[in-house]
Design a protein around this ligand. Structure first.
Ligand SMILES: CC(C)(COP(=O)(O)OP(=O)(O)OC[C@H]1O[C@@H](n2cnc3c(N)ncnc32)[C@H](O)[C@@H]1OP(=O)(O)O)[C@@H](O)C(=O)NCCC(=O)NCCS
Length: 324
């Protein structure tokens, strides 16, 4: 078996990479839509905002049997962990392929001056014993939730929107945050910082704008609804729709600034978002979200809205020094 690093992936290499993802998904769909070729291409050709990535494939007898991607957020030597994702074709497992890819990725991680690495995996899959056998420990449990919009009782959303707390008004925008709200939105995003342990860089107006530009560059649409008091954002929610999966939108951030908590602003902005999407994007039939298992308030809001538990994902972390 050869492990090959892809500097600038060719069309054929992207197709082979996608074939591995498709085979892995087919063996364990876990309620997730099948991977889309455009998505794979976009991911392989461009790293996410503010990060670099390294890519490897494992090839046996001319066939790509596994792939690995290491995301390196920030500059070399940054305090933030790298992020590893390894996928092995079902017919080639338990033969040391995953371990071989992890070994090359670990060398790259150390060469980049990182102290640790994280991986997001589904509970109950072989990834759990694989990671635990290689020095990783579970640091976060996330409940995957899905809201089936067709199952929402008629009138529920309208009633929640009508029950907004006095003194607040709703505003909304599509795409990049308008200038007058950028600093405010950043402050509200900082309210989530206690949950986003690995986000690292603090939110400021520039980073909030960049995030909106990145979503647009991918061809996706970002919708934001905010609750405002005296012109200042007290809470907000974001949903992203994608042309790849028109029927399923993704919940992004929701946060309420600490001094405005306890007034049902979270459920209010989320209900207003559902009303807006129903009018603007009627093709959206489902919304998916992840909640930290210990974030009881957000879980309560989502359960009241009708989100149902779909799958559990887990975040694992290992020290670079403990990797093979
Ligand atoms: C997780 C995954 C990458 C492992 O790949 P793999 O090539 O089968 O792993 P290896 O053969 O290198 O396994 C190395 C060791 O990990 C452990 N391990 C791996 N799979 C295991 C399983 N299903 N049950 C128990 N232990 C397992 C064992 O200790 C194994 O050593 P052994 O075979 O000598 O007992 C593969 O199952 C996969 O692609 N899963 C789906 C995608 C995924 O969840 N990726 C994880 C993201 S990091």
């Amino acid at each position: 078996m050869d492990v090959i690093e892809l500097g600038d992936p060719t069309d054929a290499q992207i197709r082979q990479w996608h074939a591995v993802l498709t085979a892995v998904h087919a063996a364990d769909p876990a309620g997730e839509p099948a991977p889309e070729p455009e998505h794979t291409t976009a991911r392989l050709l461009g790293a996410e905002q503010g990060s670099r990535q390294r890519l490897w494939t494992a090839v046996r007898d001319g066939e790509t049997v596994a792939v690995a991607a290491l995301r390196l957020p920030g500059e070399p030597g940054a305090a933030r962990p790298g992020e590893i994702d390894i996928q092995v074709r079902p017919g080639h497992r338990r033969a040391g392929v995953g371990r071989a890819l992890l070994t090359v990725a670990a060398a790259a991680l150390r060469a980049d001056g990182r102290a640790s690495v994280i991986a997001q995996v589904l509970a109950g899959t072989p990834a759990v014993p694989f990671l635990e056998a290689h020095g990783f420990a579970c640091v976060l449990v996330l409940q995957g939730l899905v809201l089936d919009l067709d199952a929402l009782p008629a009138g529920r959303v309208g009633a929640l929107v009508a029950a907004g707390p006095p003194g607040y008004e709703l505003i909304r925008w599509r795409g990049v945050v308008p200038d007058e709200h950028a600093a405010d939105l950043a402050r509200a995003k900082e309210a989530m910082a206690d949950l986003a342990e690995y986000e690292g860089a603090p939110w400021d107006a520039g980073r909030v704008r960049e995030m909106g530009e990145l979503v647009a560059k991918r061809g996706d649409a970002l919708y934001t609804v905010a609750a405002v008091r005296d012109g200042v954002i007290a809470g907000f929610t974001e949903v992203v729709t994608s042309a790849d999966q028109p029927g399923r939108a993704a919940q992004y951030d929701t946060a309420v600034v600490p001094e405005h908590r306890g007034r049902r602003l979270g459920i209010w902005v989320k209900a207003a978002m559902l009303e807006w999407l129903a009018a603007e994007r009627p093709e959206v039939r489902e919304i998916e979200t992840d909640n930290a298992g210990d974030n009881v308030h957000m879980l309560a809001v989502n359960t009241e809205l009708g989100f149902r538990r779909q799958r559990e994902s887990r975040e694992y972390q290992a020290l670079a020094a403990d990797l093979p």
